[in-house]
Design a protein around this ligand. Structure first.
Ligand SMILES: [Fe+2]
Length: 369
């Protein structure tokens, strides 16, 4: 181990140089209670990592979830008043890249951010977490929240924060420390030594396929979206409307008027090859808790079975998680057994039965009635 330092330069603990050292620290000190909660440090870590894995997160983010509170289990600063997130990131800095260390470093900031931007979030925190929020500086100002959201790993940190908040249930079933240390080992091997490079262009979890980018679709992508929608419906290319691009432009403009309805594009080597749309909304059910609806999921025909769909759906799950959704739904044609297996492998379960009815085209008069 080598010395790790606090932001002020004080020596706090030794930076880990092997996963065995981390396992040993978690086993030795993980039996202590997690702050003022009713679970141990180790149970909390395993619950957090299990929630991350169940959400289809990247191995790096699962590892960050497992190790986010390592600052409490190593060194002297074992209390919520200390900058334990910063310490944990430093402790992990010799073994992991920024896709692990930054969500860890930012998970306290993510709580301050959510308190600022999400009405009611602070009320969901445990008493201990509300107390530590005071020590951590309280809710962000609007300006601080904007600055946080612009950080590259803010989204992953918010996801981690959601799991952190939920991982405090006594007796909850989890996967084992050994299971997660195997994942951590894969991350460590994949990231060394390049993973320790300075902040680059690839997104969180992109160590798996650095040539893949997932970004919001824009008007510059209209032709690609039209082409992908034709493939989604297994139509021939000449089946599309002559004015399909214009219709797609209007569609994106209409979606932009919803509070949170976005179309995402997956690029492989800079070429658009897949897309999905995600609406985040609430209704009077479940006390108005946010939920997410996935639609228009498509992977270019000749790029199917290449892991792109998996990558895209995990991205969607993280979007929904970061928005505080309690579930993510989609409908699929009952004949598409391959698609059903794909969703089930990602952790989706069959739920209820979908009904639909074709309606006559709306007229101005009928819409107003
Ligand atoms: Fe935690």
């Amino acid at each position: 181990m080598t010395q790790a330092y606090s932001a002020s330069g004080d020596t706090l603990a030794q930076a880990f140089e092997s996963l065995d050292e981390i396992s040993e620290a978690m086993t030795r000190r993980g039996g202590a209670l997690y702050g003022g909660e009713a679970v141990t440090q180790l149970a909390h870590a395993l619950q957090c990592a299990t929630l991350a894995e169940d959400c289809g997160s990247s191995p790096a983010l699962i590892t960050a979830a497992l190790l986010h509170d390592l600052g409490h289990m190593a060194g002297e600063a074992d209390d919520e008043k200390s900058a334990h997130s910063d310490l944990a990131a430093r402790l992990l800095g010799r073994l992991f890249g920024i896709d692990v260390t930054e969500p860890v470093r930012l998970h306290v900031d993510a709580k301050r951010y959510l308190c600022a931007v999400e009405p009611g979030y602070a009320d969901t925190l445990s008493a201990a977490s509300r107390q530590s929020l005071v020590w951590q500086g309280g809710a962000y100002s609007a300006q601080q929240a904007t600055a946080f959201a612009a950080r590259r790993h803010a989204h992953d940190a918010v996801c981690l924060r959601r799991w952190d908040d939920a991982a405090k249930t006594p007796g909850r079933a989890t996967r084992s420390l050994e299971h997660f240390m195997i994942i951590a080992q894969q991350v460590q091997l994949a990231n060394a030594p390049a993973g320790r490079a300075a902040d680059g262009a690839a997104g969180a979890g992109d160590a798996e396929r650095p040539d893949i980018e997932i970004r919001l679709a824009t008007d510059a992508d209209l032709a690609h979206l039209v082409r992908l929608m034709v493939e989604m419906d297994d139509l021939k290319a000449d089946a599309q409307d002559a004015d399909a691009a214009q219709k797609m432009r209007v569609t994106l403009q209409t979606m932009a008027r919803y509070p949170d309805f976005k179309t995402w594009l997956v690029l492989e080597g800079g070429r658009p090859v897949a897309s999905y749309s995600l609406m985040i909304f609430c209704s009077p059910s479940h006390n108005g808790t946010q939920q997410a609806l996935l639609d228009a999921v498509v992977v270019q025909r000749d790029r199917r079975s290449a892991g792109l769909g998996n990558r895209m759906l995990r991205h969607a799950m993280r979007q929904a998680t970061a928005a505080g959704c309690y579930k993510l739904m989609l409908s699929s044609n009952i004949k598409r057994a391959d698609a059903h297996r794909f969703y089930e492998n990602l952790g989706f379960t069959r739920h209820g039965i979908s009904f639909g009815i074709d309606l006559p085209p709306a007229t101005a008069a009928s819409v107003l009635q």
